[in-house]
Design a protein around this ligand. Structure first.
Ligand SMILES: Cc1cc2nc3c(=O)[nH]c(=O)nc-3n(C[C@H](O)[C@H](O)[C@H](O)COP(=O)(O)OP(=O)(O)OC[C@H]3O[C@@H](n4cnc5c(N)ncnc54)[C@H](O)[C@@H]3O)c2cc1C
Length: 358
């Protein structure tokens, strides 16, 4: 169902409602959520395998799923019982869609610089500020928003809030036009004296930076495996083409330079997948996985860009035109090097772990 529509989904500029509904019907929107909260109760390795298949079939649908999981994960890790019953259950059942809002105009890589302000007012907080680029923005029903109750304290004032669509003072701004993913919403979230009940603080006051970092650690496995998915789609398009395409009186697959490309592509995809699975497995074991998630993300995203570029190359002129999907994979792949921490930031995270205690 996803593969035949993937091209249209890239260009249509329309929320892929049917795809998302289907994910809900298959119970995938709560794949890692325990059964008692309406989920499938599966482990992170299984989630990773599913995310690869989704991204391979339709990278946009994979991205919707990935952003939804960024809302599910902090609720799972930090939610109170009441918050889980109210928000996690409908998210896990796919009745509601989730989103995660951290990025602001001046807080991208510098995630500790969040300026969205939250001020206590009785049994509410009043939020003011703007988030940008938020995946699923406008379509999602529930948003985990990182704000700051004491901006002068930087990360130590950051606090996570659960905000429902439709809350007065919470509006959606510009939907970004992008290099790819035409149907994926990436909207501004605008908070203008938005009153959020105090019971919607997630994980406690001043713990928002931790909520964000732990959410992103899981998200990076998701980004890594999403990159593996798109790389695999490109490889699987290029491989049979090299056997069909004749030049110099024979299939181009007979040329050793072409074979070298194919060998490198397959090897790198395999290595990237294993890094992602290792990080997911560590998480399943309850072990530290932040470094491995960063390794998986930086390596897999750069593999995806290389593999998709090689796929375009192997198809020659046909790789560059829109009759074949590889030009789309090439455009889609680039995003993985940027979101949820750029490649530079992943390398800083890895180095911080390596140098710790040396
Ligand atoms: C399609 C899309 C979807 C997104 N979805 C979401 C979402 O759902 N939720 C959300 O919160 N955010 C989302 N984002 C935001 C995304 O995570 C940020 O764009 C990303 O973290 C980079 O931040 P930035 O764009 O501000 O770039 P900048 O931080 O301005 O970085 C610019 C360049 O400077 C480099 N740089 C910055 N600091 C350093 C440093 N210390 N050392 C070395 N190099 C450095 C970066 O690596 C990069 O190359 C999305 C973005 C896009 C494009």
């Amino acid at each position: 169902m996803l593969i035949p529509r993937a091209e249209e989904t890239d260009r249509a500029g329309v929320w892929p409602e049917e795809n998302v509904r289907k994910l809900g019907e298959l119970d995938l929107m709560g794949i890692t959520v325990p059964e008692e909260y309406g989920g499938l109760g599966m482990d992170n390795v299984t989630w990773t395998l599913v995310a690869e298949e989704l991204s391979r079939a339709c990278t946009t649908t994979g991205a919707v799923f990935g952003a939804h999981i960024l809302c599910v994960e902090p609720l799972l890790l930090f939610g109170t019982e009441e918050q889980k019953q109210k928000y996690l259950v409908p998210l896990a059942k796919g009745e509601w869609i989730g989103a995660f809002g951290l990025t602001e105009p001046n807080a991208g890589s510098d995630a500790g610089n969040v300026q969205t302000r939250a001020q206590r007012d009785g049994d509410h907080y009043i939020l003011n500020g703007t988030k940008i680029f938020i995946t699923n923005g406008g379509e999602a029903h529930v948003y985990v928003i990182i704000a700051n109750i004491e901006p002068e304290k930087g990360p130590r004032g950051m606090t996570a809030f659960i905000v429902e669509k439709g809350t007065p003072g919470f509006e959606f701004g510009k939907n970004e036009k992008k290099m790819a993913y035409g149907s994926l919403p990436n909207r501004e979230l605008i908070f203008n004296d938005c009153r959020v009940p105090a019971e919607n603080v997630l994980g406690g006051e001043r713990r928002g930076f931790r909520v964000a970092m732990q959410t992103l650690a899981m998200g990076r496995i998701g980004m890594g495996i999403g990159a593996v998915g798109v790389a695999r789609a490109a490889f699987e398009a290029a491989l049979p083409y090299t056997k069909q395409r004749q030049q110099f009186g024979q299939a181009i697959a007979n040329f050793q330079l072409v074979q070298a490309h194919l060998a490198d592509m397959a090897t790198e995809i395999e290595a990237a997948r294993l890094l992602c699975l290792k990080a997911a497995w560590l998480k399943d074991q309850g072990r530290e996985f932040e470094k491995e998630a960063a390794m998986a993300k930086v390596y897999a995203s750069e593999v995806a860009t290389r593999v998709c570029s090689k796929a375009v190359q192997l198809l020659g002129g046909y790789g560059y035109i829109q009759d074949f999907p590889v030009e789309r994979y090439y455009r889609e792949a680039k995003l993985f090097e940027i979101v949820e921490g750029t490649s530079e930031i992943q390398r800083l995270v890895i180095a911080r772990h390596l140098l710790k205690g040396v």
